[in-house]
Design a protein around this ligand. Structure first.
Ligand code: NZQ
Ligand code: ZN
Length: 390
């Protein structure tokens, strides 16, 4: 096991009616905040009114910034930074999913910085200060409610890039599974793929003696595999929604990374898909991850056999372990299909004419390689995209 520091201090307030605590939690930080949210689902589901009432009751003044869209844009982040500066705002409340939260985090690092906030996402500068951020979560998926990441799309070139620093972990995350009853089935499924991907990025390592975190990863994956079909059939099944919601946070708050080295190549490749084609991140991962697996499994067949046996209950074929490994990958794809996700670029309606461009953009910085389980260069990424095509 690798040495590690685990410090993931987001306060989680979980369960029924917890959204009414947003005012009092926010009041611990500020009396004047930016209230940031997405395209309006929070109004349709009645959450907006509850948040406003709770903030008013706690005496918290707010300025609203709606419009964070899936694959949140840099231009709105800049608008948020201006609003905060002009109004002396020192706290940002994000109500929504990964998109509103990531946008809030970007505003939070941008306000105290004199340069262009994109410097942090292009890797030019590491931020040292950030305003505190709080969250009311509406979709279990990205795990941004307790993660150290923010992913923003720059419309100038459609670069989708991530920032990973501890100072942007939210101070609190309010999580009421009932709020997720209204999720469209496709968003529930996309969320499931993202949660599973966060676990699998950590699971596929060559590290030996990481049995405890292996088991935590497998438990998290099995929880999703069991509960997502239930939630799709019975959208108001509280227990299933609660299991998924808590699993989504644990999948990405770094507990499952302790003592091991993650891969993250599939995420890097997917960010090119959603950056250029604006597809849902989870759907992109359902396409990329199985293709990545088929491309790399021979580098550690034992790990893929373990995945097949412990996560998917595949009987191990000791005479031909490769067959077991491939069956595990096959079961993952079948699961994605069974919950309504595409597993090919064609299914995602992405044509094949820009695969080279995506492979370039994905590897054209730093060491020009991505991943850790297997280091991948431009040609590898192109091959994976071709494997994902049909
Ligand atoms: O725009 P609104 O009105 O919020 O509607 C959203 C959006 O259309 C809707 N929705 C959310 N909760 C709902 C609801 N509709 C009805 N009822 C509810 N309760 O669902 C759609 C998707 O929302 P979004 O916030 O985009 O989803 P998600 O949480 O999947 O976030 C995706 C973004 O997070 C990034 C992704 O790349 C993508 O940009 N990621 C962030 C990470 C992080 N910060 O740690 C890690 C991830 O790997 C990921 O890259
Ligand atoms: Zn993700």
């Amino acid at each position: 096991m690798e040495n590690f520091v685990f410090h993931s201090p987001t306060k989680i307030i979980f369960g029924k009616d917890t959204e009414y605590q947003v005012g009092s939690e926010t009041r611990n930080y500020s009396k004047k905040i930016l209230f940031h949210y997405g395209g309006g689902s929070i109004k349709r589901i009645g959450l907006y009114d509850k948040v406003v009432r709770s903030l008013n009751e706690a005496g918290v003044e707010f300025i609203e910034l709606p419009g964070a869209q899936p694959n949140p844009r840099l231009s709105l982040v800049k608008e948020g930074i201006d609003i905060c500066r002009k109004n002396n705002i020192d706290f940002i409340l994000a109500v929504g999913g990964g998109s509103a939260i990531d946008s809030a985090k970007a505003i939070a690092v941008g306000v105290p910085y004199e340069g262009d906030v994109w410097d942090f996402y292009s890797g030019k500068v590491i931020p040292e200060k950030a305003l505190p951020v709080g969250v009311v979560l509406t979709i279990p998926a990205a795990g941004s409610e307790a993660s150290k990441s923010s992913v923003i799309t720059n419309e100038d070139g459609w670069y989708k890039r991530g920032l990973n620093v501890d100072i942007i972990r939210p101070r609190f995350a309010i999580m009421n599974p009932e709020i997720t009853y209204t999720l469209p089935p496709y968003q529930t499924a996309c969320g499931a793929a993202d949660i599973m991907a966060h676990v699998m990025e950590r699971y596929f390592t060559h590290q030996k003696d990481v049995d405890f975190t292996d088991r935590l990863c497998e438990a998290t994956l099995r929880t999703i595999i069991k509960n997502v079909p239930i939630a799709l059939k019975e959208p108001e099944n509280y227990e299933a929604r609660a299991e998924i919601m808590w699993a989504s946070t644990i999948a990405h708050n770094d507990l499952l990374s302790t003592g091991r080295i993650g891969d993250w190549a599939s995420h890097a490749i997917e960010h090119e898909l959603s950056g250029i084609y604006d597809v849902a991140h989870g759907a992109g991962l359902a396409v990329v991850f199985p293709a990545w697996m088929k491309y790399v499994y021979k580098h550690n067949i034992d790990r893929f056999v373990q995945f097949a046996a412990r996560v998917w209950d595949v009987e191990i074929d000791f005479a031909c372990p490769e067959r077991t490994a491939l069956e595990g990958i096959n079961r993952l794809s079948q699961f994605f299909v069974s919950i309504g996700l595409p597993v090919t670029l064609e299914g995602l309606e992405i044509p094949e004419d820009r695969l080279e461009e995506m492979a370039d953009k994905c590897t054209n910085y730093g060491s020009k390689q991505i991943g850790s389980f297997v280091k991948l260069g431009r040609e590898d990424v192109l091959n994976i995209l071709k494997l994902a095509a049909k």
